[in-house]
Design a binder for this molecule. Structure first.
Ligand code: PEP
Ligand code: MG
Length: 824
């Protein structure tokens, strides 16, 4: 790395340490190395770690999570001939500001210390008037490779032990300081060897010079009266982590300084459970549900009332279908599933039986239905089981939906104000949240519910801060009262003081800054701090999403769900229609690659006009490639459309739901026949890995295809035998379950052995934690929902592959998804 002369200022002055850091930061900004925000990060680092090196040299640098504010790795030097007090009695003359995107930090330290451990030389550089002099001296050490033979290095001692460094950042300043401090308590000479370099364990510079990186095998040796004791103490200190965790914890605290400060409020804080992070300030609005008035006695005959009930049932079912399809398109299958499950209540024989009994006894349809669903909901709620209580909420929700259709009048149907509010309710039903306008609802707080409640899931997907389980107290707050909702700490603060408000606003700024930084960097590739690249591509279903994916920074499409071309219509789309749609999407990608998945109909995606027989277990039935092989007319038409469209840009074809080699071979044969018919160029062929049998046979499959894409949604449901649409189970069908992670590891191993690449396109690829683990497991491409592109890229950039791998290993060793989610 070259030191630019323009990034060196000689004869500088600084009022104090913070001023010196700000000034060296400005030099880094001017030389195009960092965004101005990184200076704040350099100051924050100083709160948790001392960057004084010795010999009047300090090396301020920012905290790792702000690496994305680094534009280009670089160093700036501020020379302070008069010096400035750093800590206690340390006086600094050379402030070496470092902006390092990765562990290049260590190499820079090694280079620096190589030329600056000479006290006389350091003194001379502190007063030289020639910036070039400093530049030459600093660059001079850069060629010193760790493994180069160091002729002046002391001979290491006989007695010693070898140790493999496993700290993600290697032996950086803090653990090195701890080692120096410990070594100094012994009389013996203690030496550390890394490769061919040997340093004195009692000298910080001596240690940093060694450039000990994560994974390095070092040898610690000692000679003297207490050599054995010293080695034992050092061995134990290494085993305990050499205060490395302290630094990580301190950094984490510094990272969240905005939110940790605001977790202690002066106003009255109502404690609940954190359901969706972020902070909102605004006026309370209590959700008032309308009163539905129904008369007890029927006006007409029981046959007429029964017909009214049937009519209302049909209308309510149609409403739920619309809500389901809308939610499916906007939020995905798991969230849409709730409306499907609600629809089942409308067919429940017990519920309807009781209502019809009431009608037969002379009650109005509305009255009879109200009695029936309220009794059943009460019985469910009384079972004191969180899951059943949630079902009670669903039953009341769908019950009221039907009841409104049978009512004489509905009073005060809830009408949310069209100005921003913090919405408070006992609990929010799926119907309540379906109608939420995220622009107007700044935050959500519910008296009941838990972190997996519907409110929590919806709030997270809409990116609205939320607190659940806050108890009845929150229901007593007056409409319009100004509050702070801290979704990160899980509190609702009523009557906030000015200080609370200022702190909350500052914390909001921290979140916003992070979101903007992520957004600003959305077009940059996701390159880890140690240079590994992960491709971040999009899951799409139509041309609007193809456009949106490009705008959001998608590097291509990892999954085009072609079945959306077949849904919500009465007849099969023609070859031309399919060609037009696919060609439009390929053109929208403007040269970026697109993986087109062949039809995955079946399971939850039912297409009535295909007249497929009703199945007991549609997810285990004729779905995906199975349907295409049974109805190869549909398959061939689609393939023809795809191959015709392939003239417009780079595509790959991928088959869903492959469970056996036979299916894959037949699918490939048909594909090749169609390609030749159309006269198109060959394209890469891949398959989804979403059925456990495919994982077990992955080594064989890997020899037959060009790539794998792991469908974690289905792989999870089939591995755990939990229907992904099931209202109770869907929440537990977590793709981060270690069983699923181990299947993913096996898939990657098989792909690596065959030399093909692996992507992932299920929900966990778009979850920052999932993205980290998948990358660490060796997945090369993450295909995510469009809103997740920027944050997944940012997450990847904050990591090194070594960190991701180590984290993935810890995740694999867990036994529950909850343990994986709790990993820090
Ligand atoms: C999956 O199963 O993870 C997947 C991406 O496919 P779909 O959700 O369309 O079944
Ligand atoms: Mg799938």
């Amino acid at each position: 790395m070259q030191f630019k002369e323009s990034a060196i200022r000689v004869g500088g002055q600084a009022l104090d340490k913070s001023d010196a850091i700000a000034k060296v930061g400005e030099l880094l900004v001017k030389s195009g190395n960092i965004e101005p925000g990184y200076i704040k990060s350099m100051l924050a680092r100083e709160e948790v770690a001392n960057t004084y090196l010795g010999n009047g040299i300090a090396i301020p640098h920012g905290i790792p999570k702000d690496r994305e504010l680094i534009k280009e790795t670089g160093v700036a030097v501020l020379q302070l001939p008069d010096g400035v007090i750093w800590n206690n009695d340390e006086r600094v003359h050379l402030v070496v500001g470092i902006a390092a995107k990765s562990d290049e930090h260590l190499t820079i330290l090694s280079n620096l210390t190589d030329v600056l451990d000479d006290a006389d030389e350091a003194k001379r550089l502190a007063t030289t008037k020639d910036a070039g002099d400093i530049a030459r001296r600093l660059s001079g050490g850069q060629d010193t490779a760790v493994d180069a033979q160091d002729e002046d290095a002391p001979e290491e001692h006989e007695l010693g032990f070898e140790y493999v460094v496993t700290s993600p950042h290697g032996l950086h300043a803090r653990p090195a300081t701890a080692l120096v401090d410990l070594s100094k308590t012994f009389q013996s000479s203690i030496l550390v060897r890394n490769g061919n370099k040997v340093g004195d364990a009692k000298s910080l510079i001596g240690l940093l010079k060694l450039g000990i990186d994560n994974g390095a095998t070092i040898r610690i040796s000692a000679d003297g009266p207490d050599a054995e004791k010293a080695l034992e103490a050092i061995f134990n200190a290494f085993a305990e982590g050499l205060e490395d965790e302290d630094e990580a914890a301190a950094e984490a605290a510094a990272d969240h300084s905005g939110s940790t400060e605001v977790s202690t409020y002066e106003g009255a804080a109502i404690a609940g459970i954190s359901a969706s992070p972020g902070i909102a300030l605004g006026p309370i609005c209590q959700l008032k549900r309308g009163r539905i008035v129904v008369s007890e006695k029927a006006e007409g005959s029981s046959d007429e009332e029964s017909a009214r009930l049937d009519q209302a049932l049909a209308t309510a079912k149609a409403e739920l279908t619309v809500l389901h399809d809308d939610m499916l398109a906007k939020q995905g299958a798991a969230k849409a599933a709730i409306f499907k499950a609600q629809g089942e209540f409308l067919e429940d024989p017990e519920l309807l039986g009781k209502a019809r009994e009431g009608i037969a006894a002379g009650a109005s349809a509305g009255w009879a239905w109200k009695q029936s669903f309220e009794d059943h909901a009460e019985a469910l709620a009384a079972m004191q089981d969180e899951i059943l209580a949630a079902r009670a909420l669903d039953l009341r929700d769908v019950g009221r939906r039907l009841l409104k259709l049978l009512a004489d009048k509905v009073e005060d149907d809830p009408d949310l104000p069209d100005s921003p509010i913090i919405l408070v309710a006992d609990d929010l039903t799926p119907s309540d949240t379906a109608g939420l306008d995220p622009e107007q609802v700044l935050g959500l707080c519910t008296a009941s519910g838990g972190p997996t409640s519907h409110t929590a899931i919806i709030a997270r997907s809409l990116d609205i801060p939320a607190v659940v389980g806050a108890g009845e107290t929150c229901l007593a707050l007056k409409d319009g009262a100004a509050v702070i909702l801290d979704g990160t700490s899980g509190v609702l603060v009523s009557e906030p003081t000015d200080k609370d408000t200022d702190q909350a606003k500052a914390a909001q700024e921290v979140y916003a800054r992070q979101a903007i930084a992520e957004q600003n960097a959305c077009y940059q590739p996701a390159i880890m701090s140690d240079g590994h690249r992960i491709e971040v591509v999009a899951n799409i279903g139509n041309v609007e999403e193809a456009n949106a994916a490009v705008v959001a920074g998608g590097e291509g499409v990892g999954l085009l769900r072609t079945e959306f071309q077949f849904l919500q219509r009465d007849t099969e789309p023609s070859e031309d229609e399919q060609y037009e749609a696919i060609a439009a999407m390929i053109k929208a990608m403007n040269g970026l690659p697109m993986i087109i998945r062949t039809l995955d109909i079946g399971g939850d995606k039912d297409v009535p006009y295909l007249a497929t027989p009703e199945e007991m277990n549609p997810f285990l039935g004729v779905r995906g490639i199975r349907l295409c092989l049974l109805r190869d007319d549909i398959f061939r038409t689609q393939l023809r459309a795809i191959f015709r469209a392939s003239a417009h840009g780079p595509i790959r074809i991928m088959y869903p739901m492959i469970s056996s080699m036979d299916e894959l071979r037949v699918a490939k044969t048909i594909t090749e026949e169609v390609r030749q018919e159309v006269g198109a160029d060959p394209v890469e062929i891949g398959m989804m890995i979403e059925i456990p049998s495919a994982v077990m046979m992955a080594e064989d499959f890997a020899r037959e295809v060009d790539f794998f894409s792991i469908g974690t949604n289905d792989l999870t449901q089939y591995a755990l035998a939990m229907d992904r649409m099931h209202p109770q189970l869907a929440k537990m069908a977590d793709g981060l379950n270690p069983a699923v992670l181990r299947l993913i590891r096996k898939t990657v191993e098989a792909a690596d052995a065959a030399g093909i690449w692996v992507g992932a396109c299920g929900g966990i690829a778009g979850d920052p934690l999932g993205a980290q683990i998948l990358s660490g497991l060796g997945v090369h491409e993450l295909s995510v929902s469009i809103p997740a592109i920027a944050s997944v890229k940012a997450k990847i950039r904050r990591l090194s592959m070594a960190e991701a791998k180590a984290f993935a290993q810890r995740a694999l060793a867990c036994t529950e998804a909850s343990e994986v989610r709790a990993l820090k």
